[in-house]
Design a protein around this ligand. Structure first.
Ligand code: AP5
Length: 207
């Protein structure tokens, strides 16, 4: 059975970490607007480049992101969607183009989120995620998966991380209400080890 799963949660809640596990477990596409936009940071749009919004911790304009998501979902036979929707207009657009089986909201305290974001390191070559304290690589600064260099994302400084959290708290409530009204939203406590959080999510998806 192909799954259509949406993971919601603040920056640092573990959406990327859990989406990768879900995509692996169920053999579905991992569709993430953050990665898609980072790969197209310099793309000229009528609103400017995605980079100009991302480096300030702001949302990229809806038409740009909606188009990326529609194309990705069109091509996917089952997916786990991460980083989208981030406001009510995106949520309504998503509901108009697909039907979701499960919407999971990862719940994590704000100060834990800041620690996770500022300590995150990402492989410059393969994109694998690490954390200097919670998920350290075997050799500091070197990716366990491919030997690539681990770097800090430009928007993971404390100042930009806090700005991203502000943007999330301002925009997310209507999104959560939208999916709660559709009767598909389940909240999952995201403060445990990645494997424990994954077990909780799998329980929701399968039951
Ligand atoms: P995006 O890339 O989507 O970033 P985000 O939502 O801010 O989410 P993150 O990737 O920071 O966090 P995550 O929840 O995936 O956490 P992770 O698993 O890595 O978006 C970036 C920017 O792009 C936005 O600011 C915006 O400008 C733009 N954008 C994207 N989508 C958009 C949209 N729809 N509309 C408009 N603009 C958009 O985990 C974080 C760290 O914690 C890692 O180091 C990890 O190792 C660690 N960790 C994870 N789980 C645990 C755990 N259980 N215990 C301990 N540590 C853990």
């Amino acid at each position: 059975m192909s799954h259509r799963i949406l993971l919601l949660g603040a920056p640092g809640a573990g959406k990327g970490t859990q989406s990768a596990k879900l995509a692996d477990e169920y053999g579905v596409e991992h569709v993430t607007t953050g990665d898609a936009l980072r790969a197209n940071k310099e793309m000229e749009t009528e609103y400017g480049t995605p980079k100009s919004f991302m480096d300030a911790g702001e949302l990229v304009p809806n038409p740009v992101v909606n188009e990326i998501v529609e194309a990705a979902l069109d091509d996917a036979d089952g997916f786990v969607l991460d980083g989208y929707p981030r406001n009510l207009e995106q949520a309504e657009f998503l509901s108009s183009i697909t039907v979701l089986d499960a919407v999971i909201l990862l719940d994590v305290d704000e100060e834990v989120l800041v620690d996770r974001l500022t300590g995150r390191r990402v492989c410059d070559d393969c994109g694998a995620n690490f954390h200097v304290d919670f998920q350290p690589p075997e050799e500091p600064g070197v990716c366990d998966e491919c030997g690539g260099e681990l770097v800090q994302r430009e928007d993971d400084t404390e100042e930009t991380a806090r700005e991203r959290l502000e943007v999330f708290y301002e925009n997310t409530e209507p999104v959560v209400d939208h999916f709660r009204d559709e009767g598909v939203l389940v909240e999952v406590d995201g403060e445990a080890t990645p494997d424990e959080v994954f077990d909780r999510i799998r329980d929701v998806v399968e039951n």
